[in-house]
Design a protein around this ligand. Structure first.
Ligand SMILES: *[C@@H]1O[C@H](CO)[C@@H](O)[C@H](O)[C@H]1NC(C)=O
Ligand SMILES: *[C@@H]1O[C@H](CO)[C@@H](O)[C@H](O)[C@H]1NC(C)=O
Ligand SMILES: *[C@@H]1O[C@H](CO)[C@@H](O)[C@H](O)[C@H]1NC(C)=O
Ligand SMILES: *[C@@H]1O[C@H](CO)[C@@H](O)[C@H](O)[C@H]1NC(C)=O
Length: 321
């Protein structure tokens, strides 16, 4: 234990976009370097690494475009990434990901994540690619790939807020967010495939299954929105509606969207996967598939003022038999 284990990586987590996108266009030289494990050209080495295995707290503000932050963890390991995959140089805007980690790697439970905060502001873009970033926290540490046959539960204990300003707020005030034209969502992003290795690859997996806990503004729409609701499931008091369509990469994208802003969620989301298996529809996942990837983040479109997405309390406990 001791120093944070920094790793270069990219986890783009392409969320459902209602428009055509091409990886080759999105990935500039900088992104390409990151995707191939090379340090970005323009970002400095992070400072403030914890020195020792002790009971202190480390707060790090990560404003680089893409960077894997893996805080020490005695239990469930997580990787956090600012993941500013859609940022164009010279356009303006900023995004910083604050991570508060315990140097001793011990948290309230063995699946508790380090608290984190994402402060950002991006201008509206009218081109066909309106997303700037998907800052996220990803479940790591050998949990995936997990066979759906043996998956028992994905217990999510989560409290988040979105607020105007660079600091965190205690509750989400939708009126003030509307006033500054926040366009974003809050989503869990999962990838599945019949091949366990491909399931871990967000660009190649056959299925992307998302759970949206909120959408702000009108920019973030699930793929298949115009085709109507395919199914509905209530979990922990929240109603999730399913939308389905295929994206430009020919991945099937299945999105469960909460009908209201759900900033507190304490429940097992695996029924949202089970429902897909039992619907008997063509081009839906099957029980012999693998879940290879799970992250939680916010897809940032634009806002007229700085906003902060805070996740002070999170645990993702994946159980297999
Ligand atoms: C680990 O560090 C945290 C943060 O300072 C502290 O609250 C906790 O009690 C420590 N745990 C142990 C087992 O020392
Ligand atoms: C957390 O603790 C439980 C109960 O001891 C155990 O079954 C589980 O595997 C642990 N999870 C992690 C990620 O360490
Ligand atoms: C918010 O943070 C950004 C980036 O660090 C900074 O440019 C901006 O001035 C801050 N805004 C306020 C209102 O503090
Ligand atoms: C993020 O980190 C910076 C410096 O470490 C701190 O000044 C700022 O208050 C933090 N922001 C939030 C929302 O916690």
């Amino acid at each position: 234990m001791g120093a944070l284990n920094f790793r270069w990586l990219v986890n783009v987590g392409l969320l459902a976009l209602p428009i055509a996108i091409t990886l080759g266009v999105l990935f500039g030289i900088q992104s390409h370097r990151e995707a191939t494990g090379q340090p970005p050209i323009f970002t400095p080495e992070p400072s403030g690494r914890p020195k020792l295995d002790n009971n202190g707290i480390t707060v790090e503000n990560n404003c680089m475009k893409a960077f894997g932050i893996e805080p020490p963890a005695k239990g469930q390991k997580y990787i956090l990434n600012p993941n500013q995959w859609g940022v164009v140089d010279g356009e303006g805007g900023t995004l910083c990901l604050n991570v508060t980690s315990n140097n001793n790697g011990t948290y309230a439970t063995n699946t508790t994540a380090p608290p984190f905060y994402v402060s950002w502001q991006f201008p509206q873009r009218t081109t066909s690619q309106p997303v700037h970033a998907f800052p996220n926290i990803k479940v790591d540490g050998g949990v995936f790939p997990a066979s759906l046959n043996t998956l028992k539960a994905i217990n999510v204990d989560m409290e988040w807020t979105y607020g105007v300003g660079n600091g965190s707020v205690t509750t989400t005030d939708q009126a003030s967010l509307t006033q500054i034209s926040l366009n974003s969502n809050v989503a869990i992003d999962m990838f599945l495939d019949k091949d366990k290795t491909v399931a871990e690859d967000s660009a190649k997996a056959n299925f992307e299954v998302m759970v949206w806990f909120a959408t702000f503004g009108t920019s973030a729409k699930p793929l298949g929105f115009g085709k109507g609701i395919v199914a509905t499931r209530v979990l922990d008091g929240a109603t999730f509606n399913l939308y389905v369509d295929q994206n430009e990469q020919k991945q099937w994208v299945l999105t469960w969207v909460a009908s209201a802003v759900t900033e507190k969620f304490h429940g097992d989301i695996s029924p949202l996967l089970e429902d897909l298996l039992t619907m008997g529809k063509a081009n839906f996942p099957s029980s012999s598939d693998y879940l290879g990837y799970l992250s939680l983040g916010t897809e940032t479109f634009y806002a007229d003022a700085p906003v902060t997405f805070s996740v002070p309390s999170l645990s993702i406990d994946v159980r297999s038999s």
